[in-house]
Ligand binder design. Structure first.
Ligand code: ZN
Length: 373
């Protein structure tokens, strides 16, 4: 079997996490990854998604024509990272890479980026056959999957998509992702002086309290969750507040359960407003669709055969979170998300084992080889 070069992928990983690339500030990272892909012989293009969302760079897309016959694979990882993600100083400690402790590590999602690049390097230097490969490095995955939402689906058209963006060991395959709705409510009461004539007012905070109190939130059922995460309103203690905004979300792996939950949240809010003679304006928006695969689906079969060829066990797991895989599935490209060993992501304790980094690259080579006809 073709060999992953551990030192090379570790060096690349350490190098890339040091490049500042928080969400919407991916310029330097995009430039570097374009160079990396070009060095590997891919045709590289940066799209205009960044302009659409107010970011400094667009999605980077690379295409490597097939050598021999094979399925077209889309390999996807995101370039951006959460805060605090600037000035990262990675250190290696006993086979583990972590940050110095003041920042995240950004193995989410540089581990995915590095695994993809190392795998292509290995394919090229060993002169292995492969189907057409499309590489998508997205911007602004964190906080809304904005890069994936603004890519031209025709540019990434493939038989199957593989996203590298989940924790858990290599061999863990995310086969279900929830759909998510955004929930926004503005409650309009009536302002009045709180000391002089409070009864002339309608207290919007009170309306909001009633609504939140009566709303089913948290874990609704096995596959549905809901949350009100932001509440804004009020100006001063001597003013009956006339406006409150509520921001929340609901997720479910089953569309009709999600629709029912969102309808419930809307209904409760409107009824609370009605009770106090206030107005409620509720807006809900589908942020991304759900996806769901079974063991017998062909993309899962491919992933299974690749894992078998390496002798690693697989585990098919549902996810409670959304990822670029949701959006890409929505474009009609069957796409799974892979566990790549990153741990405690979105925290300053984030780390990854070097073994997992190497294994993720190895698994990518196996996937590419399994897709050869
Ligand atoms: Zn991620």
């Amino acid at each position: 079997m073709a060999k992953i070069q551990q030192d090379r992928i570790v060096d690349l990983f350490m190098d890339l996490v040091k490049i500042d690339s928080e969400t919407r500030k991916e310029r330097q990272m995009a430039d570097r990854l374009k160079v990396e892909l070009e060095k590997l012989g891919l045709q590289v293009h940066e799209d205009n998604a960044g302009e659409k969302i107010g970011g400094s760079a667009g999605n980077v897309i690379g295409v490597l024509p097939g050598k021999g016959d094979g399925l077209t694979l889309l390999l996807c990882a995101h370039m951006d990272r959460v805060t605090p993600g600037e000035g990262i100083e990675p250190i290696i400690d006993n086979g583990i890479i972590k940050s110095k402790g003041e920042t995240i590590l950004a193995s989410d999602d540089i581990a995915g980026v590095a695994a993809i690049l190392e795998a292509i390097q290995v394919i090229k230097e060993n002169n292995l056959n492969h189907g057409e490969l499309k590489i998508l490095f997205t911007i602004a995955e964190e906080g809304g999957l904005h890069g994936a939402k603004n890519v031209n689906p025709e540019e990434i058209r493939a038989d199957y998509g593989i996203c590298y963006d989940s924790g858990g060991p290599v061999g863990e395959i995310i086969v279900q992702g929830p759909a998510q709705y955004r929930f926004e409510a503005t409650i309009k009461g009536k302002a009045a002086h709180a000391g002089v004539n409070p009864s002339a007012g309608i207290n919007a905070i009170k309306v909001a309290s009633l609504a939140i109190n009566e709303m089913k939130l948290g874990q609704i059922d096995e596959e549905t969750t809901a949350n009100i995460g932001v509440i804004r309103g009020g100006q001063a203690t001597n003013i009956v507040p006339d406006k409150v905004e509520l921001l929340g979300e609901a997720r479910s792996r089953t569309q009709n359960k999600l629709e029912a939950q969102v309808a419930h949240m809307k209904d409760i809010t409107e009824r609370a407003a009605e009770k106090y003679g206030a107005q409620a304006e509720v807006n809900t928006k589908l942020m991304y669709p759900a996806f769901s695969f079974k063991a017998e689906d062909s993309v899962i079969q491919l992933a299974q055969r690749a894992a078998d060829s390496m002798g690693i066990p697989t585990k098919l797991v549902p996810s409670g979170g959304g990822s670029d895989a949701n959006i890409i599935n929505g474009y009609g490209i069957p796409t799974i998300n892979l566990g790549i060993g990153m741990e405690k992501v979105h925290s300053v304790e984030e780390y990854i084992r070097i073994d997992d980094l190497v294994k993720a690259a190895d698994y990518t080579v196996a996937l590419i080889q399994t897709a050869v006809k």
